[in-house]
Design a protein around this ligand. Sequence first.
Ligand SMILES: [Zn+2]
Length: 407
Amino acid sequence: MNCRHCQTPLSRVFLDLGHAPLSNAYLSEGDLDRAEMTYPLRLFVCDDCRLVQTQDHAAADEMFKADYAYFSSTSRSWLDHAARYCAMITERLALTPASFVVEVASNDGYLLRNFVESGIPCLGIEPTAGTANAAEELGIPVLREFFGEAMGKRLAAEGRGADLVIGNNVYAHVPDINDFTRGLAALVKPEGVITLEFPHLMRLIEHCQFDTTYHEHFSYLSLSVAKRIFESAGLRVFDVEELPTHGGSLRIYGCRARAGHAERPAVAAVLAEEEKRGLRETGPYDGFQRRAEQVKDDLLAFLLAARREGMSVAGYGAAAKGNTLLNFAGVKRDLLPFICDAAPAKQGRFMPGSHIPVLPPQALADRRPDYVLILPWNIADEVRAQLAPLAAHGTRFVTAVPGLSVI
Ligand SMILES: [Zn+2]
């Protein structure tokens, strides 16, 4: 297999989590009697450009057929994050009702609704029908297609070039990152701006966030790699912000190579930090597998000790991270009998691979386990606050990443 960006043959393994089912392939009771598809979940780092990427696998078609769709608007903190961004960027770029904003992967309109309210014309691009319908109900026009160079060129030819192109948590999820980036270059106006948000590989390595790996997450990006990919498509990065979302993300600001946007000092500062941490070398990549295995070993030791001592453990948060961790560690119902989640669409279903049942949060209050393993570590504080009444009865909270912690 060759690098998805620079075509260099890939040989350096960054992380090998064995075989795993697709992270959102939740099962119904009837599915439990059938065979389950699993695919290799292995990441390579390119020896030339240092793009970290998933091994090619046959799951690409299956992934987009999954009947479970994530609706961004169900998360209050995500809605707030989007609203703050819209207010900031509207002021920074002096957007008006004469401007045009395009969001790629516009989901259910969680972000573009803010531009509708401000009277700024916008367009969403979203291939998933359920979420696209929800966005249209908010008054957002949506193109139900996958984005790439052909679409970027088509929109520009139709006179729909964009003053602002937004891509939040989509850049790392596109299989052909070069084609996608050329699409951005075609779509953005000569003086327009592109902003993309994606998890920062530097933080993933620092905090051992190997459980953010799943098949749908093709690329794991540093600023230096993103900059290189932008430049290969006739774009450049002129500013960057570090965000706390998803355990540490970047928001990069891009424009056409010849646009007038002056480069801000933050770009050089983040690049220098990546260099200092060795992201251009091989050390941080070569040592990562061992660190992930340590997290797995410590979680298993905890669960086995709890069972030996007759203590009960339940999980909280039936999301992709939990699936990656539990499947890598081989945890099944004997060690973790159930996982609670607030999303009704997941309740009554079973986690892919581990087949652990997903129950409503009320089950925690009913059963009062001795420990609650919080799988989405990025919202652990929020979950602990919600579950404070359990703590009053002696329940303790456990997180596994970046290292085992019992509070
Ligand atoms: Zn490469």
